[in-house]
Ligand binder design. Sequence first.
Ligand SMILES: [Cu+2]
Length: 420
Amino acid sequence: MRAFPYRRLRRAGISSTIVALGVLVLAGLGFTTAGVVWPTRSIASAADGTADTMNMGHAATGARYWKAVAGTNGAGTGITRTYFISADEVVWDYTPTHHNGITGEPFDATADTYVRSGPGRIGSRYAKCLYRGYTDGSFDQRTVRSADEAYLGMLGPIIRAEVGDTIKVVFRNACPFPTSVHPHGVFYGKGSEGAPYDDGTGNKLKLDDAVAHGRRHTYVWKVPERAGPGPGDGSSVMWMYHSHTDEVADTYAGLIGPMEITRKGDARPDGSPKDVNKEFFVLYAVMNENESPLLKTNLSRFASRLLPPHLDEDEEFGESNLMHSINGYVFGNQPMMTMKKGDHVRWYVMSMGTEVDLHTPHWHGNDAVVNGMRMDVVSLLPGTMVVADMVPDDVGTWLFHCHVNDHIHAGMLTRYRVLP
Ligand SMILES: [Cu+2]
């Protein structure tokens, strides 16, 4: 009996904690969504569906709103843009400058955990499978990346299109395991999805799922309005594409790239938005080389003899292969991302990976607008893509780094430069 009121109090305590947490979560959500496109006021004005539901400050409801969600079906009214992309096995170096670009010093003991090769340690160089662009279907000649685009590093070629266009990816797999190209955001049929699972299809519609070594497949993706900017977006949005044959292993091998879709009428001939001077595509990801299909290759090629007896149980070995990278670079080794003061800069940032891949890229020196809100840090989770617009006013060389403490130690830092 005496325990009863005590228990009740406890329960009340727990419930009020839950309620308080719930309120916090709801407040957070409400705040976020209210700031973006769905303010909670003036619902009545749009209830008949005749009001302009797309402007900030109006409720997102009614027929006009749902028409905007669906988008008009303008797919196929534009041009066809063909990209020749190969999955190539390459040797990738996470630290091509061989020093810590953030401190300007040689690597210290913490950095050496990840970048130094030796007995049972692979170091900074790994065989990887990366998407690489070619000039035509002969796959003889690689497309050249300008010095300005060197920062893209590990990422596959930027696929660009305008709403209404059709994207054609002529894909060749030169990697030693089956791979594919799976797009986000755009409209694809079952023969161009690039992911094997029991979806009730067979035969020809399965050829895209896993392209064997030395084989090819052509993926065709339409770009309807719903693949482009929505009511709250700027002139362009970002999607990613990646291999999805063995999704986890393939992406750890490095098979991932950015895609950009620009609103109809807002694109330059190359598909980029006319109102943006400078674009940067950035992937924050802990590349877990332990799960790469090329781990054995890497051990035999880059770790010197005297391997510890039980590598799979060696925690330090596991840690040494967790490359906390930005476009495949660690400890400030990424080629500089450069812009001018006053430029219209659009950052496309994304993440991939597992539960350690919650990243919070932070720009020193300048601020950005994300979803209509001013920020200098953006939130990423595995598989998320965020667009951030910046007009830099602060000249200098600035840090751009993940704000997660553990990731700072592990070298998830880079720099960008604003010229006068
Ligand atoms: Cu991080």
